[in-house]
Design a protein around this ligand. Structure first.
Ligand code: NDP
Length: 257
C-alpha cells in the first residue's frame, strides 16, 4: 500500500519517518513518501494516486472539498489532514483537533487557551478543545475567518484587548514556518507574559515565538507533540483500527524523529 504527506512545503515533514517506522514495527508491507504539490489544480490527482494521505499546509480546506464522504465530526471542521482512499472513494478525516488535545494532556493546570491564527488547524483544535472543556479564545490577523469559530471568544488583532488571560498560548499561524517573524508582533509579549505554557506548531527549528517565550521563562513545546499525536490517530484510520492508541504509543515510546 502507498501513503504520502501532501502539501507545500513538505521537505521538513517528519511524517514519512513516523509512518515508515510504524509500518516496520507492526510488520505492515506499506510505504510512506513526501509529495510537494505546487499547484492546487493537481491536488485531486495526487491524492488519488495513494491508498491514504495526510494533508498539510496549505491544502487542508481544498482537500476537504475533494472528499466523497467524511468521518462524522470532520464535516463541521471543514478541513482534513487525513484521507483514506477505498477504490477511488475518498473519506476525509481530521485528526488535528483530537491530536492537539491529546498532545497537551501532560499539562494539568490549563483552563484558558489562546489560539493565535484562525486557519484550518486552529478551527479543528478549537472544536476539540471546547469539547474537552477548555475555555478558548482565538485571535487572528483578518476578521472574516473568525466568524467560523463558534463557542469561542474571537479577537481580530486590531481590536485585541488583554481581558483574556490565557494559561496556554499556541501559535497556529503559519508565521515561523518559513520566516523568523513573530505572529501578532504588537501584542505577543504581553500575551506571553500572562501564560505558563507556549506552544508553536512549527517543528524542526526554533521560531521567534519559541525564543521569546523561552526568554520569559515559560514552558515551551514545538509542533512535534502534535505531529506524533495526530499521526497516532491517522495511523488507526490507515490500518482500519487494527491497533489501539495505547499499542501505537507503546511502539513510539522513547522514539525520536
Ligand atoms: P492555514 O493556511 O489554514 O492558516 C494560516 C493562518 O496563519 C491564518 O490564520 C492566517 O491568518 C495566519 N497567517 C498567515 N500569515 C500571517 C502573518 N504574516 N501574520 C499573522 N498571521 C498570519 O494553515 P494551517 O492551519 O494548515 O497551518 C498553520 C500552521 O500550523 C503551519 O505552520 C503548519 O505547518 C502548522 N501545523 C503543524 C502541525 C504539526 O503536526 N506540528 C499540524 C498542523 C499544522 P489570515 O486569516 O489573516 O490569513
Amino acid at each position: 500500500m502507498k501513503y504520502s504527506i501532501i502539501g507545500n512545503p513538505v521537505e521538513h515533514s517528519k511524517s514519512p519517518d513516523i509512518y515508515n517506522y510504524l509500518f516496520e514495527y507492526f510488520g505492515i508491507d506499506s510505504e510512506y513518501s513526501r509529495n510537494c504539490v505546487t499547484d492546487k489544480i493537481n491536488l485531486g490527482k495526487e491524492i488519488q494516486s495513494f491508498n491514504g494521505v495526510n494533508i498539510t499546509f496549505p491544502y487542508k480546506k481544498d482537500a476537504f472539498k475533494l472528499c466523497d464522504k467524511y468521518e462524522t465530526k470532520t464535516k463541521n471542521i471543514g478541513s482534513v489532514n487525513t484521507i483514506v482512499n477505498k477504490g477511488g472513494v475518498l473519506k476525509g478525516i481530521n485528526t488535528d483537533g483530537i491530536g492537539f488535545v491529546h498532545s497537551i494532556k501532560e499539562f494539568k493546570n490549563i483552563d484558558f487557551v489562546l489560539i493565535i491564527g484562525a486557519g484550518a488547524t486552529a478551527k479543528a483544535a478549537s472544536i476539540a478543545l471546547r469539547e474537552a472543556g477548555y475555555i478558548v479564545a482565538v485571535a487572528n490577523r483578518s476578521s472574516l475567518p473568525l466568524l467560523e469559530f463558534e463557542d469561542c471568544m474571537i479577537y481580530p488583532f486590531d481590536s485585541y484587548n488583554d481581558i483574556f488571560e490565557p494559561d496556554l498560548v499556541v501559535n497556529m499561524t503559519s508565521v515561523g514556518l518559513e520566516d523568523d517573524e513573530l505572529p501578532f508582533p504588537k501584542k505577543i509579549e504581553s500575551i506571553i507574559d500572562k501564560a505558563s505554557v507556549c506552544i508553536d506548531l512549527v517543528y524542526g527549528k526554533e521560531t521567534a515565538f519559541m525564543r521569546l517565550a523561552e526568554s520569559k521563562g515559560k514552558k515551551i513545546r514545538n509542533g512535534e507533540a502534535l505531529l506524533v499525536s495526530q499521526a497516532i490517530f491517522s495511523f488507526q484510520y490507515f490500518t482500519n483500527f487494527k491497533y489501539s492508541v495505547v499499542e501505537i504509543e507503546e511502539a513510539l515510546k522513547n522514539k525520536e524523529f
